[in-house]
Ligand binder design. Sequence first.
Ligand SMILES: *Cc1c(COP(=O)(O)O)cnc(C)c1O
Length: 422
Amino acid sequence: MAPTAITPPHGVQKTSELTAAAVAKKITQTSTGPQPNGGEAALQPLDASKLIFTKTKTPMSVPEPGDPIINTSSQCTDHMITAVWRAGTGWDAPELKPYGNLSLPPTASALHYATECFEGMKMYRGFDGKLRLFRPDANCRRMLVSSTRIALPGFDPKELEKLIIAMIAVDGPKWLPKSRPGTFLYLRPTMIGSAGALGVATPKEATLFVISTFMPTLGGPKGMRLLASQNGVRAWPGGFGFAKVGANYGPTLMANQEAVTRGYDQVLWLLDGVVTEAGASNFFVVWRSKEGKVQLVTAPLGEKIILDGVTRRSILQLVRERLTDGSASGLEPVEIVERKFTMEDVVEAVREGRMIEAFAAGTAFFVCPVTVISYKDEDLPIPMVRGETGEYAGLIKSWLVDIMYGKVDHPWGVVIDEKEEF
Ligand SMILES: *Cc1c(COP(=O)(O)O)cnc(C)c1O
């Protein structure tokens, strides 16, 4: 019997799902500082206004475009943010300090029990010279979902957003200079259980850090080749596929390596034949339904097996606003469908000539057209009518580019006030 089917005795309103109950408590206990009457002793909340600034004495040099170090995703900027949380006292004052190694006891929780979560976002140097983040509030809220899923503390997402902004206000001007419009740097907010204690228990200390790296522009010009997983799964109902926790990624690396060896770019993860995600990206198809309607189809969030991508949400909202009546674009209107669909549905659409296009979407790969899906040892060709992309993916990508790089004013493009002197 599914846990949700258990009726609590005598109408007791207690969720029977242990993780959900504990997560709800953790968010109220660790996010907001002083506790209501009867709560635990007041813990210091994460507070960006207490940020302590220490400037680097050994500034690094910024790689030129094309420098091979960019492809290694290892070149970080001069500074990083750190903040330590302790069970007894809450969050210490956060620090902005020179980029450098962390010091951890070998008994640190994250090294043994995967108490680690992260976010992936980018800062963009606009064509108007301004520095922007794309919907940073959404990333910071998701970080709270992830941290509390793995027994790490809560925090006010707005404070994390302020810390991220403080860091790029300092490193942005030098590392993403105005002379290079149309470029980006990757940001990696991370939290780890840093308590040195080997017991399998909620860590009594956590460390939040934010770093920024160069990252190659992923997704080649020829489109992404996907290899559908046969038996292996990435996530499952009741698990943690919806959280950006490190434990979701390490175990997928061997499958991905094998896919690459066989000439594909990423694994298309199935669960009992149901299509979920492509690598670390959400997956979309555009097909013509049997009734003749053009549909944009992607997996639903309901069962919590897929990641609630900021790119995914943004695409769905823009398409809802701009393409469901099809007036402006010259393209046929699309119906948005968030539902379970199987690889057999995809095969059938391809065989019947109803597949219009497919693409992966996420911060790292952005909007990346798919050209082939291999399923049961057969390569299914996916159309890309404009050669390097399909019409819908191409249009959606251009909308997002315009917001990220400031070609249009949009509330999702958050302009950062840069510290020219630091
Ligand atoms: C990060 C990630 C995505 C994409 O999320 P965005 O917020 O759009 O970057 C999708 N799926 C998985 C598994 C991810 O880790």
